[in-house]
Design a protein around this ligand. Structure first.
Ligand SMILES: [Zn+2]
Length: 148
């Protein structure tokens, strides 16, 4: 349980800053997709798990790609709800890199829907959060088509 909640003692912005590089030459979308995560819902303390897809458009600064996956670990290793986790990942990237935009999509299965309650197997819950350039539908569509 200590491991599953170890994200409380880690600072995601610090992790992103620890591998931040100045890079003016690239200002198109950076995408890391299919980042696995396992989390626990804060209501039932049952697992929810799935994948996270992240895109950001640099504004002079980029971070190590593995750091984006580490940020997912920091927020998933807490008692969570999927909606909040999605937003927290987006906000940490925004705060550390000040990019032109960030978009995060999370797809997950929730054991509290499968083992109890409605007992529906295999349904996927999708959440997304975005900022900046991703307010344009065209930019979101580009990201969504690249993560399919
Ligand atoms: Zn639950």
């Amino acid at each position: 349980m200590q491991f599953l909640t170890s994200g409380y003692t880690q600072d995601p912005v610090e992790i992103l800053n620890s591998a931040k590089f100045h890079e003016d030459g690239y200002n198109q979308m950076v995408i890391v997709k299919d980042i696995n995560f396992y989390s626990l819902c804060e209501h039932h303390m049952l697992p929810f798990y799935g994948t996270v897809h992240i895109a950001y458009i640099p504004n002079g600064e980029v971070t190590g790609l593995s750091k984006l996956a580490r940020v997912v670990d920091v927020f998933s290793r807490r008692l969570q709800i999927q909606e909040r986790m999605t937003k927290q990942i987006r906000e940490a990237i925004q705060e550390a890199l000040h990019p032109m935009g960030v978009m995060v999509v999370v797809e997950a299965q929730h054991m509290c829907m499968q083992m109890r309650g409605v007992q529906k197997q295999g349904s996927i819950t999708t959440t997304s959060d975005f900022s900046g350039a991703f307010n344009q539908a065209k930019t979101r569509e580009e990201f969504l088509s690249l993560i399919k």
